[in-house]
Design a protein around this ligand. Structure first.
Ligand code: PHB
Length: 390
């Protein structure tokens, strides 16, 4: 494992926080679910708030499943610990500098330690004494995020990239204090989207839709609370304030790279696809990719059969496109498109009303939110057996 950042940094950077049912199950099956079950919070519903009123989507009642709110950085801690305990190696602060021979059975990764990302310049700097080395591999997994280098090693003539940018960003804050609600609130207001989420009994995560080019310096705490109250408060409920200790702006985009495999390079997670955060799918998709890949690799090592590896891209992309659709749909329904006319806004309100009042529509949201069934590696043109209507 070659990791550009330091252990401390990846174990403390707050990112996503919602685990689908299947993601939580997989962590348990893999033996890394103990802390999650101890300190994660199981949620059985989410709220859609619009027109000044809340409407609960009963995730468990509609699907028999639930989600776990457990920070990505906690998952990273558990995975790092398991890897190191098993005698595995993680090269922190090390950059992959190049890949070669991907179409042979000895693909190679060049890497160099002593690396530090300079976020201002968007460049990696190296300590002078750190020399470049080369690792000879059986397989290479490019799980290096949207900005990582591995995707660029799928040749341009082979690679097709699909992109959708959204005309807004999310302003995210971390707040000290107890949860403001028991369940997440996704809110559409005339002024824009807002989300009330949580990280732990003492840390809360809130977001509101902002201009994608806005800057955190334009938002003193008072102005943030004013905006959050304007969007979220109802006659019965007022958002609890607390000490804001972090502010950041999240860009919103959809992105899919096809195929997710070239020779013995396998792309996984954000290296291959990005979703806007509205459906909470990003980390879950990465986990689903890795599940497919781990099984395919195990099969290849055990029996030499490469069918599952050969269909890796197809298997993963079925799920990726469905999650992209869901994230795009949630994003389109819940944000204000300020440049468009009222007709669009009215359609969104009608859709929210429909989703909150029809069991069929609510079930569609709920089954996507808790996570569609994990796909088997079987043929991609036939529905996997567990896709059949339950
Ligand atoms: C979060 O807690 O960071 C979060 C929760 C739900 C989302 C997106 C982000 O849809």
């Amino acid at each position: 494992m070659i990791e550009l950042r330091g252990r401390e940094e990846i174990e403390t950077t707050v990112r996503a926080g919602v685990l689908e049912h299947g993601t939580a199950e997989l962590l348990r099956e893999t033996g890394v679910g103990e802390r999650m079950d101890r300190i994660g919070a199981v949620h059985h519903g989410v709220e859609l708030r619009f027109g000044g009123r809340g409407h609960r989507i009963d995730l468990t009642g509609l699907t028999g499943r639930s989600i776990v709110v457990y920070g990505q950085q906690e998952v990273v801690k558990d995975l790092n610990a398991a890897r190191l305990d098993a005698g595995g190696q993680i090269l922190f602060e090390t950059a992959a500098t190049g890949l070669r021979d991907l179409e042979t059975d000895e693909p190679k990764v060049r890497f160099r330690g002593g690396a530090k990302l300079d976020p201002e310049a968007g460049e990696i700097r190296f300590r002078d004494d750190a020399e470049e080395e080369e690792l000879v591999c059986d397989y290479v997994v490019g799980a290096d995020g949207f900005f990582g280098p591995s995707r660029s090693f799928v040749p341009e003539g082979v690679r097709k990239e699909h992109v959708r940018a959204y005309p807004f960003g999310w302003f995210g804050i971390l707040v000290k204090g107890p949860p403001a609600t028991e369940e997440l609130i996704y809110c559409l207001h005339e002024r824009g989207f807002a989300l009330v989420s949580t990280r732990s009994p003492t840390i809360q995560r809130l977001y509101f839709q902002c201009d994608p080019n806005d800057s955190v310096e334009n938002w003193p705490d008072e102005k943030i609370w004013e905006e959050m109250h304007a969007r979220l408060d109802t006659d019965e409920w007022t958002l609890t304030e607390g000490e804001i200790f972090q502010k950041s702006i999240v860009q919103m985009r959809s992105f899919v790279c096809e195929p997710m495999r070239h020779g013995r390079l396998f792309l996984a997670g954000d290296a291959a696809h990005i979703v806007p955060p509205t459906g909470a799918k990003g980390m879950n998709l990465a986990v689903a990719d890795v599940r497919v890949l781990a099984r395919a690799l195990a099969e290849a090592y055990a029996s030499g059969a490469t069918d599952a590896l050969d269909s890796y891209s197809e298997t993963c992309l079925r799920r990726v496109w469905k999650a992209s659709r869901f994230s795009w749909w949630m994003t389109s329904m819940l944000h204000r498109f300020h440049d468009e006319d009222d007709f669009r806004y009215r359609m969104q309100l009608a859709e929210l009303d429909y989703v909150s009042s029809s069991r069929a529509a609510a079930t569609s949201l709920a089954e996507n939110y808790v996570g569609l069934p994990m796909e088997s590696a079987a043929s991609a043109d036939e529905p996997a057996p567990q896709d059949a209507l339950r």
